[in-house]
Design a protein around this ligand. Structure first.
Ligand code: ACO
Length: 329
């Protein structure tokens, strides 16, 4: 049956490195604490005049440079998964479209925080399978350094900047999609947010609670941690069930890189192998919508992915939201 395949990937991280030693000089923390609690050693940070659309463009440029067979001219849709666009509008996707002059492409941003790439892949795949689109450029990108409070030691140690891109094309005989599972829990909105136009969050009765309204990321780390280590294993099992597969049949697990302890816990609970897990947590930290495509592209470039490999990607984050796909390479 016809479906969508990933035919090319690319990625980009900014040059400037922010190490744990740098953070020791900014907040009361230590390299030891950060490595033990999160697994992160360093992250990349945008230059002052570098923003999410610049990361996207560099990732697409890298895709073109490293996948010479890739042809973007007839791309008919660009989806950028991000929650840190530099402008409310035009979207980051429109800035990418304009930069590359992709005249046949529609463009839109999709915000599902750290699950954004998985959601965008799900949407792109659905549109191609429905016969509505033929070639969709999917990008996961975030410039979290622009929205991080560098006086808050509980969040500033986590976040970095980056972008990853994947080109999806209609394929008559080798569809990538195997299964999807996802969900949301808006009742957990207060555990992870960043304000734009209001400083209040209304519950379902219409009662408001005040939010910290400085436009920086606010997180209750313990609640998000608990959400991740309960929801993701259940989601992984649901995905495997839908596909009639076992954890042992997964060739590569590509989880959202938020915290190495979360990845360890998910592997332990699901039977997925830590040795077959692809992530970028040590060097890039949590780059939100970019973590999964950064790891995917690194593995593709390292020659780790063989035709027919079963990939299990799973994202989770602010919303709260989660989404995963089983995908044949
Ligand atoms: N350095 C030193 N000590 C610290 C630091 C730090 N950077 N940060 C917190 N601490 C302290 C706390 O103050 C606390 O001290 P206390 O016991 O005296 O109160 C102690 O360390 C333990 O704090 P916890 O919050 O319990 O630490 P925990 O082990 O939970 O780790 C962390 C915190 C890393 C934030 C973890 O909760 C986590 O990873 N949560 C999930 C984050 C996540 O995955 N986010 C994903 C989505 S992001 C998005 O969508 C944009």
């Amino acid at each position: 049956p016809a479906g969508a395949r990933i035919t090319a990937t690319g990625s980009y991280v900014p040059e400037q490195v922010l190490t744990n030693a740098d953070l020791e000089k900014m907040v009361d923390t230590s390299d030891d604490w950060i490595v033990q609690r999160t697994g992160i050693r360093e992250r990349r940070i945008c230059a002052p005049d570098q923003f999410t659309s610049d990361l996207c463009i560099a990732a697409v440029r890298n895709l073109l440079d490293t996948c010479p067979q890739a042809e973007l001219e007839d791309t008919d849709l660009i989806i950028v998964a991000t929650h840190t666009p530099e402008l409310a509008f035009p979207s980051a996707a429109c800035l990418v479209q304009g930069h590359f002059g992709l005249k046949q492409a529609g463009a839109m941003d999709l915000n599902a925080t750290c699950a954004g790439f998985a959601y965008a892949l799900h949407v792109a795949n659905g549109l191609i399978c429905a016969g509505l689109h033929n070639k969709v450029l999917v990008i996961g990108a975030d410039a979290l350094s622009k929205t991080t409070d560098y006086t808050d030691r509980t969040t500033c140690i986590l976040f970095g900047d980056g972008a990853g891109a994947a080109l999806l094309e209609r394929s008559a005989d080798r569809p990538g999609f195997i299964a999807y599972h996802g969900g949301a829990d808006g009742s957990g909105a207060e555990h992870l947010y960043r304000t734009i136009l209001t400083d209040k969050l209304k519950d379902k009765n219409g009662d408001s609670q005040p939010l910290k309204a400085d436009g920086r990321i606010v997180q209750n780390g313990r609640e998000v941690y608990r959400f991740a280590v309960t929801t993701v294993p259940v989601g992984v099992s649901a995905l495997l069930n839908k596909a009639g597969m076992t954890a042992g049949q997964v060739d590569w697990f590509i989880p959202h890189s938020a915290n190495l302890r979360i990845i360890d816990s998910v592997c332990e609970k699901t039977g997925l192998s830590l040795d077959k897990t692809l992530h970028t947590i040590e060097r890039f930290g949590n780059t939100s919508a970019a973590t999964i495509p950064l790891a995917l592209d690194a593995a593709a470039k390292a020659g780790k992915l063989q035709d027919g490999d079963n990939l299990l990607m799973y994202g989770f984050g602010g919303g709260l939201v989660h989404a995963g796909l089983l995908w044949r390479w």
